[in-house]
Design a protein. Structure first.
Length: 747
């Protein structure tokens, strides 16, 4: 604005939430084997290995089974590589996958994955316990399944509640039981009495159906990742422990089908889920292994879920009391209690098969997003991305694609439900507007996209069909001439760029004060729902600052193509103002000068827009384009567009009306048209005043400066135009100077 910027913006800059930082490693000081490898390998060598490996082999055959195991393990291995890259590039804190995602992609995406992941970790405990309870009930039928389940859950929770160290040490005994069961299996062989099918032999299923059942077997690395905050050296333990568990799990799953092939008939493999027990050296060892697999998986989830919740609480995503830690190991006892209640509900409900696939999707979603985090970091290649374990970005992207494809192959419906729930959490986090105390890659990712788009735009040639308004509003302080910003926002809404600029002089131009003013204006616009870039320029004089903005603001193809400003009524400013208009015209940019009328306009609820249309003149096309764009914005959607033309005689009126109607029809425009006669000797502006009575906004052309015209002459023309348009409703004086034939927009 040509006026001195003044007035306070009635808002304050947002403050960063004061929250306790998440603990970054070393809470309990676990090493690679205890903290990562053991919980991961115990979850990988689980129930599917004991009860479904034969079924997989019976359906797919040896070759395809080995292919299924390899593809599944490869996807998990790629995820392990991504985790290794992230873990060696940051100080990894508690929360596992949530911590890594939130510190890479931001708090909102992290919460969108972390919150559902916590519920999945807690509820999946009931699945493992249900499997354990059913096997015990088969031996002790007099004991109810739910009683076994609740008792087992209480014991495991007490173990996790009081000491993660003790809980992890108990997993050594479980690991020993599983190793002994595998030794017993491979030491066995075909029984003396040939095995017979158990029941009717079903028809075999296809490759991808078998793949969908097997894949969850190799996704147990979440158990180790979740212990990230309790590791002595996460940067070493996570890569070594995770990748080691994946490789050893792959080797075991490759050996078992080779051992079984030819030893047992396909019919037995398809019908007998306990075939491993029947061919093992000591059959009971397999049963102990099944118990160990279910209990270790349940215990790993009971250790991981509270640590995810603790990290979420310490970042302010959930109530902070859930993040309290106890003892020298910072045990998440409150969070453990919350996980216990969720798991208890699952045990008491009994049948969770309906939501089981959705829970699996959340684990896969977290793996996919971890791959994306590593891939984007490598793609952006910012100076802060310096992992000691380097992974090509395309490998991480391949892992993300593998996770997504696997989700759809396992259960497309559950994939969509999981995506919808994650999107819902993300939306709620956006609404809460929590501010993280750390940086993330989103700025770098947006810069990458912007760089690509700007370079491509610079190579393209704009034309009438692709034209969009890129408006700079020279408004001063937003509260001084809010109607200018309101009008610019309505024109660009969803279709173009909007920049809001103000010029500061004197002490206000000092660096720190200028940045505070910029932040205040940004927050004010945000609260008013106006998406805009904000520029605060320091200058000795306001008018000179505006001229500098016209000359210098913008980058490549994203420089403003239209300047929107208010009128100046001070005679002392007319020459400089005329110089500014001439500078805009010479730079081949468009200009819109809003003349206030009797009072500062308010454009809320406007109902009528008059466009004084000169048919073949350059300004006519731009005025019509701006008027049409206003009618498509939410604030002006109910407005009527009126095209008005003036002729000098009654004889000119019919052909002018015909041209108007033909133009509207061919241009597919909904607008009312009228042709007025201004006879010789009549004041044309008086005719316009009468015709625009009741209008909320009028568009009127302003001529560009002629070649060789002096500043003084154009200043006189501008002053004369202000005098002659006195009494009109709020008027937008429009000058089209861009190298665009705006009239062709409507062809």
């Amino acid at each position: 604005s040509p006026r001195e910027p003044g007035g306070d913006v009635s808002s304050s800059a947002p403050t960063v939430a004061d929250r306790a930082p998440t603990l970054t490693g070393g809470g309990a000081g676990f090493g690679t084997f205890t903290g990562v490898f053991t919980p991961s390998i115990l979850t990988i060598l689980g129930v599917i290995m004991y009860l479904r490996m034969g079924w997989v082999l019976g359906n797919a055959g040896l070759g395809k089974t080995l292919l299924i195991v390899t593809i599944s393990s490869l996807i998990t291995f790629l995820t392990g590589l991504s985790i290794s890259a992230i873990a060696t590039n940051m100080k990894v804190g508690g929360g596992g996958a949530y911590f890594m995602i939130s510190r890479s992609l931001g708090l909102e995406p992290g919460a969108a994955i972390g919150l559902p992941l916590f519920f999945s970790q807690a509820l999946v405990v009931s699945f493992y316990i249900a499997g354990f309870a059913e096997s015990v009930h088969a031996l002790l039928p007099m004991v109810p399944i739910k009683l076994i389940g609740v008792g087992t859950l209480v014991l495991l929770t007490l173990l996790a509640y009081f000491s993660a160290d003790l809980a992890l040490k108990t997993q050594f005994f479980i690991l020993g039981a599983i190793i002994f069961s595998l030794i017993s299996l491979f030491a066995g062989g075909a029984p003396e009495t040939p095995l017979e099918p158990v029941g009717e032999v079903p028809a075999t299923v296809g490759f991808w159906a078998v793949f969908a059942l097997f894949f969850p077997a190799v996704t147990g690395i979440e158990a180790g990742i979740a212990m990230s905050g309790d590791l002595k050296n996460p940067a070493k333990a996570l890569p070594v422990g995770t990748l080691g568990a994946i490789v050893i799990g792959w080797a075991v799953y490759m050996v078992i089908p080779v051992f079984l092939d030819g030893l047992v008939s396909r019919e037995v493999l398809l019908t007998d889920s306990l075939v491993l027990q029947k061919i093992a050296w000591i059959g009971e060892a397999i049963l102990v292994g099944i118990w160990g697999a279910t209990l270790s998986s349940a215990l790993a989830s009971l250790l991981g879920a509270p640590r995810t919740l603790q990290a979420l609480a310490r970042d302010g995503v959930v109530p902070r009391f859930l993040g309290r830690g106890h003892g020298p190991g910072d045990e998440p006892r409150v969070a453990t209690g919350a996980a216990f209640l969720i798991a208890l509900a699952g045990v008491l409900l009994g049948d969770l098969n309906a939501i089981g696939p959705v829970l699996s999707m959340f684990f896969l979603t977290s793996y996919g997003v971890l791959n994306l985090s590593s891939g984007f970091e490598g793609l952006i290649n910012s100076p802060s991305w310096r992992p000691t374990f380097r992974v090509p970005w395309w490998l991480s992207m391949l892992g993300a694609f593998g996770c997504l494809a696997t989700m759809f192959m396992i259960n497309a419906g559950a994939t969509f439900i999981a995506a919808f729930l994650c999107a819902g959490v993300f939306y709620m986090m956006e609404r809460r507007q929590l501010r993280a105390h750390w940086g993330d890659m989103r700025f770098g990712l947006l810069m990458l996209l912007a760089r690509y788009a700007v370079y491509r735009l610079d190579e393209a040639t704009p034309d009438e069909r692709t034209w969009r308004p890129n408006i700079m509003v020279l408004s001063g302080a937003p509260t001084t001439r809010w109607y200018l910003i309101e009008l610019g926002d309505a024109i660009t809404h969803g279709d173009g760029f909007l920049s809001v600029a103000t010029i500061v002089t004197g002490d206000a131009a000092k660096g720190e004060r200028r940045e505070r003013l910029r932040a205040t204006i940004k927050e004010y616009l945000r609260k008013r729902g106006v998406p805009a870039l904000v520029e605060v320029m320091a200058a000795d004089e306001v008018m000179k600052g505006m001229q500098s903005l016209v000359r210098n603001y913008g980058i490549g193809p994203l420089e403003p193509n239209t300047f929107l400003l208010g009128e100046t009524e001070e005679a002392s400013n007319f020459d400089e103002y005329a110089r500014l208009i001439m500078m805009v015209a010479q730079s081949r940019r468009n200009l819109v000068v809003v003349r206030e009328g009797d009072a500062a306009p308010s454009f809320g609820g406007c109902r009528r827009i008059d466009v004084w249309w000169g048919l073949r003149r350059r300004n006519a096309g731009l005025m019509l384009a701006l008027g049409y764009m206003l009618t498509t914005s939410p604030e002006w959607r109910q407005s009527e567009l009126h095209l008005k033309t003036i002729v000098t005689s009654n004889e000119e009126r019919p052909p002018a009306e015909m041209r108007q109607k033909e133009f509207l029809r061919e241009g597919r425009l909904e607008a009312k048209s009228s042709v007025l006669v201004c006879r010789p000797g009549q004041d044309i502006f008086q005719v316009m005043r009468e015709a625009s009575r009741g209008s909320h906004l009028a568009f009127l052309g302003i001529r560009p400066p002629e070649e060789g015209e002096s500043v003084e002459d154009y200043s006189a023309y501008y002053q004369s135009l202000l005098d002659r348009t006195e009494g009109l409703p709020p008027t937008a004086l429009v000058m089209a100077a861009e190298a665009i034939e705006f009239q062709r927009i409507f062809e």
